[in-house]
Write a new protein. Structure first.
Length: 202
């Protein structure tokens, strides 16, 4: 799977694979349902452990913007399954990297944040989406979701091409054309990845 982007099916398989550490799987699911950044995830976990009856958790996120996270029983269930303690987003990222090495994966939490953005209901008020993603400007939210969805479509196209290359039914001309197209998509995705990271800094 791509380090810069993960598809829902890939994430679903990891979350439901009991061979993986329960803390790891619960963290990934929590990251997906909240769409938070690494440091914000750490803050949320700590706040939930302090108040087991909260309905909404509010705290300061990036650029000192207040984040309001509406809670349900799923949030508490996931936090209860996470046995790790992290001081900040950097220590969380290091732990994820250790899990990557242990399970031969190549996943980053920010890719799950982008995946979460692509699942935001298209009928949802964009200002609510802005609040969920904790972006300063509305234009940033609109661009972030647009670029993430664009990458999602390109990843899907790459997977279809890869399947065509592996099924053994294509002739050599078609095979070479598909390989060339796949290479082109990979380059496009690298540019998209850079743009999405820059957008999310705003």
């Amino acid at each position: 799977m791509s380090k810069s982007f993960i598809q829902f099916d890939d994430l679903y398989k990891i979350i439901n694979n009991e061979q993986f550490d329960e803390s790891f799987r619960s963290l990934l699911e929590l990251a997906f349902i909240t769409g938070l950044r690494r440091a914000e995830i750490v803050r949320l976990i700590n706040e939930l452990r302090k108040d087991k009856y909260a309905q909404v958790i509010s705290f300061k996120g990036k650029r000192n913007i207040t984040i309001d996270v509406p809670l349900n029983t799923k949030h508490f269930e996931l936090v209860n399954k996470i046995n790790n303690n992290w001081a900040n987003g950097s220590s969380l990222a290091k732990q994820v990297q250790r899990w990557n090495i242990k399970y031969d994966l190549n996943i980053e939490l920010h890719s799950i944040r982008r995946l979460s953005a692509t699942t935001i209901d298209k009928n949802l008020d964009v200002r609510h989406a802005q609040s969920l993603l904790n972006h300063k400007d509305l234009a940033t939210t609109e661009l972030y979701i647009h670029e993430s969805n664009k990458m999602n479509r390109k990843i899907h196209a790459m997977n279809l091409l890869e399947k065509s290359l592996q099924d053994g039914t294509t002739n050599i001309t078609t095979y070479n054309e598909l390989k060339l197209r796949n290479t082109f998509l990979e380059k496009e995705n690298e540019e998209l990845r850079k743009r999405i990271y820059e957008v999310d800094k705003k």
